[in-house]
Design a protein around this ligand. Structure first.
Ligand code: G3P
Ligand code: CA
Length: 259
């Protein structure tokens, strides 16, 4: 039987569906997020990238090959970079069959579609901006799309995250009312993070220590950890007082949070 964690430690910890719940449905899809939401996720984490015609879509890899049928539809377009395809082309792709035939014809979603989901289910959004030399200006476009669609997210659970500190500063200036999470800063250098970020996401969940969590919290920042799908690790993180955990299997974390 797992060690009992005092309930007060984790009453408010968020259950975050990593890549919208990649353990149980095709990652970064609306179907995955809907499922995660129904399984107790508080947020769906999605990865944002830019198409050739500067539209914003939700997909993790720099190329379309692993999570769509792009090779079948466009055999001559290797290496199938997201930034080399227009939104119209990407919308033709099947982003579900690679995971299971049950998800056939699931599409690569747009950022707009994810924003439209807010308020329809339980889960909010955590948007990770993926930076690459092939997508200059992505931060400006994310900010512009958020400002144009304020009615879809204002008062709802929306946050942004990135590994890129400069980008986060810029986004914080553009949309100051959207919480910002800095990814991967488990190597110190935290002195000015609170100027633009509300929280850190600490990876290496299995190796995280109570001291690291305390140090971040002492700076007035919240702490998120993961991704991890292991209940044993999740219980340990909760005993450290983390504010949220990312997982590919939100239903399992829901049970841990209930215990
Ligand atoms: O831990 C946060 C996570 O979203 C970053 O990893 O590669 O799944 O985007 P990745
Ligand atoms: Ca991500």
């Amino acid at each position: 039987r797992p060690p009992r964690v005092p309930r007060s430690h984790f009453t408010h910890a968020e259950n975050i569906a990593h890549r919208a719940g990649s353990g149980v449905a095709p990652e970064n899809t609306i179907a995955a997020c809907a499922r995660a939401s129904a399984s107790g996720a508080d947020r769906c984490e999605f990865d944002v990238q830019q198409t050739k015609d500067q539209q914003l879509v939700l997909i993790h890899d720099e190329t379309l090959a692993r999570t769509t049928n792009v090779e079948e539809l466009f055999p001559d377009r290797s290496p199938w970079r997201v930034s080399d395809f227009t939104l119209a082309e990407i919308r033709r792709l099947d982003a579900g069959s690679w995971f299971s035939p049950r998800f056939r014809n699931e599409r690569v979603p747009t950022l707009q579609q994810a924003l439209e989901m807010l308020g329809k289910g339980r889960a909010g959004l955590l948007l990770e901006i993926k930076h690459s030399p092939r997508s200059p200006g992505i931060d400006n476009r994310v900010a512009a799309e958020l400002l144009q669609n304020r009615d879809l997210w204002e008062g709802r659970r929306l946050a942004l995250q990135s590994f890129d500190r400069q980008a986060l500063r810029k986004l914080h200036r553009a949309v100051p009312d959207v919480p910002i999470l800095l990814l991967g800063a488990d190597n110190g250098q935290l002195s000015d993070v609170a100027d633009y970020a509300d929280a850190l996401v600490l990876p290496h969940a299995a190796r995280l220590t109570a001291g690291q969590v305390r140090e971040v919290k002492a700076r007035g920042l919240r702490v998120y950890a993961g991704p991890t799908d292991r209940p044993q690790v999740q219980r340990r993180l909760l005993s450290f007082g983390v504010d949220g955990i990312m997982t590919g299997v939100p239903a399992r974390l829901r049970d841990v949070l209930r215990y």
